[in-house]
Ligand binder design. Structure first.
Ligand code: TGC
Ligand code: FAD
Length: 396
């Protein structure tokens, strides 16, 4: 059998266009640190955790020490003030391990922490953000409901004002980190019908979180249903600057940015696996890599990966230079989630029978990417966001 150099395959397919030459030294260092952590502590075990439907909670303090939770937020709030590109590279490396790991960090940083950072009072920022950056306090973000997903404006959860305080009632579904969380950012309509945000301690009377066990995707991620049965929330826990749907949607923009990068990591892992397998798997007396149809498949995967990388890199540039519009993010989330899913499907197929086993990563990434393509706005919703931006016509 041919001796193959996996490092050579990794170097070639992961950076075919030498995009890493564009990173600063700090961005490269951050990427390498997270990559090392994922190679050592996630990849060897991800298949088992995924099969068992378990999130590795014991690693949360290490994620905090690595600085991947809210890493782009200011240092005074426990963040590392990293550039959008460094933040993107972190998401990429986490999702090389598993989309569920990236999801944990996305929800903690880009949704829960960002909501407090952008819409909270100074007191709320100082109380929660440093503890969340270190992983001591875990957050979730409750926007979606059983009957309101793509159209969150139709949410039914209510925040009824009683004096200065609120009483929250309703149900949130498909909430990442829900049953792990210490606090839930809950979006609800006040008595005037305006959407407001609340920091809800998950031990508050009337609050409960139940795990959803029936998932065939994102099995390593904790996903839950949240029940709010007359939960009394003190006024000090209301996010004072969040008024209207634009507030939760702006948090989604942050998380979608990270997803556009994260999908690259899952795609890279699949392409490396497929290329390595093609070089070692022999059929009809030669490695399958030496057949035209397999080469075409690998080149199709490589083309998609490079297009994802170029799009994410330019998205980061727009972000860094203050020119980012949420429609830019939608285009990249839509493209990269779908392209990664296609790459994972091609890799799974190339691995033949082994491709359906979680001894290999491709099927796990493939199943996870079905969620990535759906959550944070489905492929169709992002089509309509970009369509509206280009054509000036609402078509939802
Ligand atoms: P619309 O009239 O378009 O917008 C209301 C206000 O919000 C502003 N806005 C945004 N601002 C920042 N970022 C965005 N992405 C924004 N989208 C809209 C908009 O300018 C407007 O502002 P203003 O000042 O004029 O009031 O609202 P609409 O009701 O027509 O809805 C539009 C639509 C369909 C695009 C929106 O509802 C949508 O994005 N739906 C998809 C819902 C979604 O993505 N849910 C995700 C839930 S969280 C999740 O999935 C976490 S997964 C875990 C992980 O991240 O890993
Ligand atoms: P629906 O809105 O019911 O859509 C069903 C189908 O109809 C989709 O294909 C959609 O594209 C299509 N559709 C809808 N409207 C239109 C239209 N106008 N034109 C064309 N097609 C349309 N949410 C949170 O708030 N917090 C979380 O942490 C979170 N984590 C999640 C984790 C997982 C594992 C999953 C699966 C979901 C998570 N979500 C979370 C929810 C996620 O954001 C929603 O599932 C997603 O936004 C889609 O909403 P829905 O499932 O209600 O689908």
């Amino acid at each position: 059998m041919e001796i193959i150099d996996v490092d050579d395959i990794v170097a070639k397919v992961e950076d075919f266009y030498r995009i890493s030459g564009l990173w600063t030294e700090e961005e490269r260092d951050v990427q390498h640190a997270v990559r090392h952590f994922v190679d050592e502590q996630i990849k060897p075990f991800a298949g088992q955790w995924w099969q068992a439907g378990e999130f590795p909670v014991s690693l949360i303090p290490e994620l905090g020490r690595l600085g991947v939770l809210g890493s782009n937020l200011p240092e005074e709030y426990g963040g590392s003030a990293l550039s959008p590109l460094a933040y993107g590279l972190i998401m990429q490396e986490l999702e090389r391990g598993d989309s569920g790991l990236r999801s944990f960090a996305s929800v903690q940083g880009a949704l829960a922490m960002y909501a407090i950072y952008r819409y909270g009072s100074e007191e709320q920022r100082r109380q929660y953000l440093p503890a969340m950056a270190s992983g001591q306090v875990i957050g979730c973000f409750g926007l979606t409901e059983p009957d309101a997903g793509s159209d969150p404006a139709s949410m039914l959860t209510k925040a009824h004002q009683v004096g200065d305080d609120y009483v929250l009632s309703g149900t949130k579904r498909w909430i990442t980190n829900g049953h792990l969380a210490d606090i839930a950012i809950v979006w609800a309509k006040d008595d005037t019908g305006t959407i407001r945000g609340f920091i809800v301690p998950t031990d508050a009377p009337g609050f409960s979180a139940r795990p959803i066990h029936t998932k065939a995707s994102m099995r390593m991620s904790a996903t839950s249903e949240l029940y709010l049965d007359g939960v009394h929330v003190d006024q000090s826990l209301q996010l004072p600057h969040a008024k209207g749907l634009g507030a939760p949607l702006s948090c989604l923009t942050q998380a979608r940015y990270g997803i556009a990068w994260g999908a690259i990591g899952a795609a890279m892992d699949c392409l490396v696996e497929a290329a390595t397998y093609a070089k070692t798997r022999v059929a009809f007396g030669r490695p399958i890599a030496a057949t035209q149809l397999v080469q075409e498949r690998i080149v199709d995967m490589q083309t998609r990966l490079v297009s994802m990388q170029l799009m994410a890199r330019q998205l980061g540039w727009l972000y860094q230079n203050g020119q980012l519009d949420y429609a830019h993010v939608s285009l990249a989330k839509r493209h990269n989630a779908r392209a990664a899913l296609e790459i994972a499907r091609m890799s799974r197929e190339l691995l033949g029978g082994n491709g359906i086993s979680t001894d290999y990563a491709s099927i796990r990434h493939m199943a996870n990417l079905e969620t990535v393509d759906t959550y944070e706005g489905t492929y169709e919703i992002h089509t309509l966001i970009v369509g509206r931006n280009l054509l000036g016509e609402e078509a939802f």
